[in-house]
Design a protein around this ligand. Structure first.
Ligand SMILES: Cc1cc2nc3c(=O)[nH]c(=O)nc-3n(C[C@H](O)[C@H](O)[C@H](O)COP(=O)(O)OP(=O)(O)OC[C@H]3O[C@@H](n4cnc5c(N)ncnc54)[C@H](O)[C@@H]3O)c2cc1C
Ligand code: FES
Length: 285
């Protein structure tokens, strides 16, 4: 590598501006690059992720969950899951962290244009899908009817619940249906049941709709069957996947999935995959 070539492991300093509690274990973090030029030029696609590093502790891949249109800052929704994410949860506004990316393919948003949109999120899956949802809101004229189904086991795990609730009236006026449901919380004063039990509240036309999902793989299997049965076009069904990662850029092989003849790096070829990728590559979900 010559000195002029960019080092893929270089991080840029980012300042934590604000945090916001979303649940007992999830926080929203607002970051801005220290270098004003970098802050102004940073662009990403919904579904892409960044590597967040804390000196001496390590790095974690995290999906960007803000609107790709809002320039100058970005937001991450981070669950306190272990060593590094717990340390991030304890950071105070003003602290500097290292950021590299954005990485991954992201959702092919141009393929989503001029179609209806169905977003299905379970738990943390709402993080990358929030970015897709905000894209659709920012470019409302490029989409037909929109439904978002946000689900969690318990009400306090429904990410962005208040934000979605707050936009419900205006959303209805704009043919956007917002469905929030829980599976294991008898005390929740709202909808109950798995995402597929709420298809009667979906306002999209299956034949002209793009589906984007994020959640645990068992949900994908059930949703694939449900969608195909209901006439959704498999070429327009997308999921975003997770694996333990190291480099995030296709160098270390850590996130490699598949067989000798058919394999992918989740970090570089994904994390977004189409229905047929998932069928063709063993072990993807
Ligand atoms: C592409 C991508 C996007 C992601 N986006 C988000 C996001 O928006 N918000 C968020 O909170 N998290 C996200 N994650 C998961 C996040 O990277 C892990 O929670 C984090 O790496 C855990 O690191 P840690 O050091 O805190 O925990 P560790 O101490 O390393 O592990 C804690 C626990 O989490 C499990 N774990 C670690 N990494 C992963 C992983 N990648 N997938 C599943 N389980 C894991 C471990 O097995 C262990 O049980 C994403 C992961 C990927 C690959
Ligand atoms: S994380 Fe290194 S190849 Fe994907």
């Amino acid at each position: 590598m010559t000195s002029e070539q960019e080092n893929v492991y270089d991080t840029s300093k980012c300042r934590l501006l604000r945090t916001y509690d979303l649940s007992e274990v999830d926080k929203l973090f607002l970051f801005r690059f220290e270098d004003p030029e970098k802050a102004q030029n940073f662009r990403f696609k919904p579904g892409q992720f960044v590597e967040v590093s804390l000196l001496g502790l390590g790095e974690v891949p995290i999906s960007i969950c803000s609107s790709a249109r809002r320039v100058g800052f970005f937001e991450l929704c981070i669950r306190n899951a272990g060593r590094v994410t717990s340390a991030i949860h304890h950071l105070n506004p003003g602290t500097l962290v290292g950021i590299r990316g954005p990485y991954g393919n992201g959702f092919p948003m141009e393929k989503f244009h001029d179609r209806d949109l169905l977003l299905v999120a379970a738990g943390l899956g709402m993080a990358p899908l929030r970015s897709v949802f905000l894209y659709a809101l920012d470019n409302r004229w490029l989409f037909g009817d929109i439904t978002i189904i946000n689900s969690a086991k318990y009400a306090n795990g429904l990410l962005f619940q208040k934000e979605l609730e707050a936009m419900k009236d205006i959303a209805t006026a704009e043919n956007i249906s917002i469905v929030q449901t829980v599976t294991r919380d008898p005390d929740f004063d709202g909808l109950h049941g798995r995402v597929n039990t709420h298809f009667d509240k979906v306002n999209v036309d299956p034949e002209n709709c793009t589906v984007a999902m994020c959640g645990p793989p068992p949900m994908y299997k059930g949703m694939f069957e449900e969608c195909i049965e209901r006439g959704y076009d498999p070429r327009y069904i997308f999921v975003t996947l997770e694996r333990k990662m190291k480099c995030g850029v296709g160098k270390c092989g850590h996130c490699n999935v598949g067989t000798a003849t058919s394999w992918k790096y989740i970090c570089k070829d994904g994390p977004v995959f189409g229905y047929y990728d998932v069928l063709d590559i063993p072990g993807l979900i």
